[in-house]
Design a binder for this molecule. Structure first.
Ligand code: SF4
Ligand code: SF4
Length: 185
């Protein structure tokens, strides 16, 4: 959220730990607080990202996947609309004992499965081994062309602890002039 012109910008709240933030409500409020900064960083990345940015982000994604337990989170499955392939929808509807029409009526709008995903059982995916492709690659940090997908990345900062922490660390790692987070490794 942009601060009013001429006003002193609010003091930035630092993360509770220098390493990692996993509390979802804190991530949500920090993301709101960092919103303007996140968009500025996006613009900076567009011009200044190093040639090996995809590799750097891939390493950050792997680091935070190892540190964060998705089975204790499931926030993506609870909060995001998902687009599954037709064949995947068929399999899921079949698992629920429904026709595709019944499934669409009950769980979908405009071609997307509404959250929370009907396959979510507590914090676990009930079809984990056969989960759709989009679920396997979420939060998509390991796909090529990171700098062309930054709007989607910023959308996920407030949803996914892996994205939140990776994007924060990237600011420091690339020595972004406005990045102020003190990370210790
Ligand atoms: S299919 Fe499984 S992994 Fe994908 S959104 Fe649903 S619960 Fe989550
Ligand atoms: S929101 Fe991110 S950390 Fe949470 S379950 Fe999904 S991928 Fe894992």
């Amino acid at each position: 959220m942009p601060s009013d012109a001429g006003m002193k910008p609010p003091k930035r709240t630092e993360l509770s730990s220098p390493e990692i933030e996993t509390d979802l409500s804190r991530i949500q409020s920090l993301s709101r607080e960092h919103d303007e900064e996140n968009w500025e960083f996006r613009s900076w990345l567009k011009q200044n990202a190093p040639d090996d940015i995809d590799g750097i982000v891939q390493a950050l994604s792997q680091k935070y996947f190892a540190l964060i337990d998705c089975t204790q989170c499931a926030n993506c499955c609870r909060s995001l609309q998902a687009e599954f392939k037709k064949s995947e929808l068929h399999t899921i509807a079949e698992t629920l004992g429904q026709s595709i029409k019944e499934f669409e009526k009950q769980f979908m709008s405009e071609g997307m499965v509404n959250p929370p995903c009907p396959m979510l059982d507590g914090k676990l995916c009930s079809i984990y081994d056969n989960r759709p492709e989009v679920c396997r690659s979420f939060p998509h940090l390991e796909k090529p062309l990171f700098t062309s997908r930054l709007m989607g990345v910023i959308d996920n900062v407030a949803i996914c602890p892996i994205v939140f922490n990776a994007y924060e660390e990237l600011k420091t790692k690339l020595a972004w002039p406005k990045g102020r987070r003190d990370l210790r490794h």
